[in-house]
Design a binder for this molecule. Structure first.
Ligand code: FES
Ligand SMILES: [Fe+2]
Length: 402
């Protein structure tokens, strides 16, 4: 007789005896050496707002790696492995100087690329200091964000430009945040406590906007979302798009095009249905397997100073537990899937086609990287660094039915 308890197959959907559930590890594990982690390491990721990077070093965690981010007195941002290569104390306690960061313990000085410039307790301030290198990662700044590249240096792509973020009008300024804003609509979370894939899935899910944000919890964004759209999903550029067409009164229709670009980049059209190309781009950046931050950058009227969404009249951070239950938004729906969703229990249907296309593309590109190739969407030619963003709300006369 086996010592194993007998498992009876589920009858009539009883919860008893259901198979053990599993997450999709291929798409949710982001640490060094994991297949998805290696894919993600081929792209630039925004890790902080430029203005938050000062002469006070700060801890950042990205793709499962703990790092220290600072700005030297000449204004250059640096991203270093935090354990000092001498005897391992943290550069979080380092002091900023003109040329870099000085370790608090024995004063080794490192520049923003990890070069050791000084070892003050050694002869001639370190005869062999040139042989020392603190592990570092490249950073570049654009649109008010600090972008980091955590992959192999010989595969470092150019940092893309996005056509909808270029050419600020005189009455506009760039607004950005790196936080939980994308899931809560306010600034109450610095880090979101669930897998990056859950927010990544969400962007190619136009149907949840109809239910969660319009009919279940009341109108959270705009009443036009309560019209069920006719949706078409398609591969485009380096990712997936959807077109969601809603019939309006007066013989007009609006085509809301949203796009997701490999591997974690999205541009959602204005949620007030403002006409024209989307004014923003965002990135879902994994902190580790079960946390992420979302970086948003958006053109705004000068002096607007950002904004916060309200759910049933209150910002997310001021809602009671009961209000979170009665008026759930993106955070509740996605956190409700668990820290890392149990993908083996999913039942994907026709309306999930966008998510299926996204995951398929991610899986395919993971394989490309594993085989030694370059994934789609990375570009090594500065002349081709501009990415066209298709997203927007496009109004037109309604097309004849049939
Ligand atoms: S531990 Fe950093 S200089 Fe000694
Ligand atoms: Fe949403």
């Amino acid at each position: 007789m086996s010592d194993q308890p007998t498992r009876f197959p589920s009858r009539e959907g009883s919860a008893y005896g259901r198979p053990p559930a599993q997450s999709n590890k291929l798409l949710t594990e982001v640490g060094p050496g994991t297949p998805c982690g290696e894919l993600l390491r081929r792209y630039w990721h925004p890790i902080a707002a430029s203005k938050s990077v000062t002469d006070l070093p700060r801890k950042v965690k990205v793709l499962g790696e703990e790092l220290v981010l600072f700005r030297d007195a000449k204004g250059r941002a640096g991203l270093l492995y935090p354990r000092c290569m001498h005897r391992g104390t943290s550069l979080f306690y380092g002091k900023i100087e003109a040329e870099g960061i000085r370790c608090c313990y024995h004063g080794w000085l490192f520049d923003v690329q990890g070069r050791c410039l000084e070892q003050p307790c050694e002869l001639e301030r370190g005869r062999h200091r040139d042989a020392a290198r603190q592990p570092w990662y490249p950073v570049e700044e654009r649109y008010g964000l600090v972008f980091a590249y955590l992959g192999p240096l010989e595969k470092k792509p150019v940092l893309p430009l996005y056509d909808n973020l270029e050419n600020l009008a005189p009455d506009q300024e760039m607004w950005c945040t790196v936080s939980g804003f994308g899931s809560t609509g306010d600034d109450s979370l610095d880090v979101v406590p669930y897998s990056w894939l859950q927010m990544n899935d969400n962007v190619m899910d136009p149907f949840h906007v109809h239910v969660l944000h319009s009919t279940f919890s009341g109108v959270q964004f705009h009443e036009q979302f309560s019209l069920l759209p006719q949706v078409d999903f398609f591969y485009a550029d380096h990712g997936v798009c959807y077109s969601a067409v809603r019939q309006l009164e007066g013989g007009r229709e609006v085509d809301r095009i949203s796009s997701w670009l490999m591997p974690n980049i999205m541009s959602v059209p204005d949620i007030r249905f403002k006409e024209g190309q989307s004014d923003g781009v965002s990135w879902v950046v994994p902190v580790d397997d079960s946390h992420y931050v979302q970086a948003f950058v958006m053109k705004m009227p000068k002096g607007a100073g950002g904004f916060a969404l309200t759910l049933n009249g209150k910002t997310w951070g001021t809602m009671t537990e009961e209000e979170h239950q009665r008026f759930p938004g993106d955070f509740e729906a996605q956190a409700g899937q668990g820290p890392i969703s149990l993908h083996s229990e999913e039942h994907l249907v026709t309306s999930d086609r966008g998510i299926m296309l996204q995951r398929k593309l991610l899986e395919k590109q993971i394989e490309v990287v594993a085989q030694g190739g370059d994934p789609v969407g990375v570009c090594f030619d500065p002349a081709k660094a501009v990415v066209k963003v298709r997203s927007g709300n496009f109004y037109r006369a309604a097309r004849a039915a049939g």
